[in-house]
Design a binder for this molecule. Sequence first.
Ligand code: ZN
Length: 141
Amino acid sequence: MGIEPFLIASSINLVVAQRLIRTLCSDCKEPIQESPEMLAAYGFTDIQEDTVFYTANRDSNCMTCGGTGFDGRRAICEALPFTTDIRKHIVTAGETVNEQEIQASAVEDGMVTLQGAARAAVVRGETSVEEMLRVVFTGME
Ligand SMILES: [Zn+2]
C-alpha cells in the first residue's frame, strides 16, 4: 500500500475479518451423514462422536423459512490481535510480509480462523457443511 511497515505495525491493534453465513431453519433442518474423509479434509479433526451434521431442507412446506431451509444469517469472525511478535515480524519483514507466517503465529497464540469459526457453527448445528464451504472455503485448495 506504500505505507512503511513500522507505521502499520505501530498503529494497528486488531484486524477483524467477518463473513455472513446462513443459518439453518431449526424447524426443518435435516440430519445428514457426512463422509469422514470429507470432514477430515476440511479440518473437522476432533469432533465428538455424537456430533450431528445437518443440511438445509429445501423441499419442505415449512412456514418458518418458506421452504428455503435457511432462517437468517449470523456473522463468523476471525480476530487477529497485533501482538508484540506480530509487530516484530512486520517491522523486520521489509518489503514482503509473509501472511502465512503471521497467520500461523496468530493461530499458535489461539486465534480462531474464519474456517475454524465456521466449523464451530457447523458442529453446533447452526449451519451446514455445504454452506460453510460456500462461505469460507471458496477459492481455497
Ligand atoms: Zn424451515
